[in-house]
Design a protein around this ligand. Structure first.
Ligand code: NDP
Length: 280
């Protein structure tokens, strides 16, 4: 069997076009503020791409690019101003922040109703409680969207997630539990992980270990979502050994072009959701 590709690039483009078409007939523009501290080149490119995508979808978007030496208090001041500005509906701070800034304190300062990354304790808690007000962080929301393109019903499927980070593994576990999946989460202390991954109807790799998941980790006919973004000799690869597993899986996301493009699309959707909730 040769796995069918789940084309995140095309699916994300369709989502962004759908959003643009919806906003084209509105008199308002949702407004996203992106905050970047420091000069990490990859983050700057990524945030400029977010800005371009937001503008193309018919939103407004400012990129607040602050110098590396910005103090925690100055950053908190900016977030306070963005929180208090009624014209702004979404606020996100690019992570990681420079070491002298306490990232948790910064995230917790963002108004939950404008927290389009879904990283505040309020949104994480609402997701856990299956509260519809939750703004769900963009990467897990994008993964769920991809899964729904190939599974009409996720109920009862065994989903195994490799990775328990606050931005991918944990919110994804809640999201899939809320879809009635049976969820198992694997982490670096898990004993004999492939005994578990071999039982997965849906296997999601989000551990940052290049090509760790091989054929003998995979159940025949499984759906594989590869979240990892790694480089080997300058070439991008995921956490799954694509060539090794693709005869065994039924569906698989490529890297690049799988989960990555979904993240920006879902961030824009979250900004629109935040706008609608704030205007109620
Ligand atoms: P983190 O480093 O925050 O978390 C990695 C997780 O994987 C941890 O829970 C860790 O376990 C677990 N882990 C590490 N090594 C192993 C192992 N050998 N076996 C089992 N579990 C292991 O990473 P992120 O969640 O932020 O990101 C994961 C990957 O996804 C990265 O490659 C990142 O670049 C990519 N990513 C891609 C995005 C996209 O848009 N496509 C968005 C976000 C991330 P423990 O908790 O025990 O340390």
């Amino acid at each position: 069997m040769s796995a069918q590709l789940i084309n995140g690039k095309e699916i994300a483009l369709a989502l962004r076009e759908e959003l643009a078409a919806e906003l084209a007939f509105k008199k308002y523009r949702p407004y996203l503020a992106v905050v970047l501290v420091g000069n990490d080149e990859a983050s700057l490119i990524y945030d400029r791409n977010k800005q371009k995508a937001a503008l193309a979808a018919g939103m407004d978007c400012d990129l607040h690019h602050l110098p590396e030496e910005t103090t925690e208090d100055d950053l908190l001041d900016l977030i306070g101003r963005l929180n208090g500005d009624d014209n702004i509906h979404g606020v996100m701070v690019q992570l990681p922040l420079p070491k002298h800034i306490n990232g948790r304190r910064i995230i917790e300062a963002i108004c939950p109703e404008k927290d389009v990354d879904g990283f505040t304790p309020q949104n994480a808690g609402r997701l856990l409680l299956k509260d519809e007000r939750a703004i769900v962080s963009a990467t897990p929301a994008g993964i769920l969207h991809l899964l729904k393109t190939v599974h009409q019903n996720l109920s009862g499927l065994h989903a195994v997630i490799i990775g328990r980070s606050n931005i991918v593994g944990k919110p994804l576990a809640s999201l899939l539990l809320n879809q009635d999946c049976t969820v198992t989460v694997i982490h670096s202390k898990t004993v004999n992980p492939k005994e578990i991954t071999r039982q997965a109807d849906i296997l999601i790799a989000a551990c940052g270990c290049p090509k760790m998941v091989k054929k003998d980790w995979v159940k025949e006919g499984a759906t594989i979502i590869d979240v990892g973004i790694n480089r080997i000799d300058g070439k991008l690869c995921g956490d799954v050994d694509f060539d090794d597993v693709c005869d065994k899986a039924a569906f698989i996301t490529p890297v690049p072009g799988g989960v990555g493009p979904m993240t920006i699309a879902m961030l824009l959707r979250n900004t629109y959701q935040a706008y609608l909730a704030l205007k109620k």
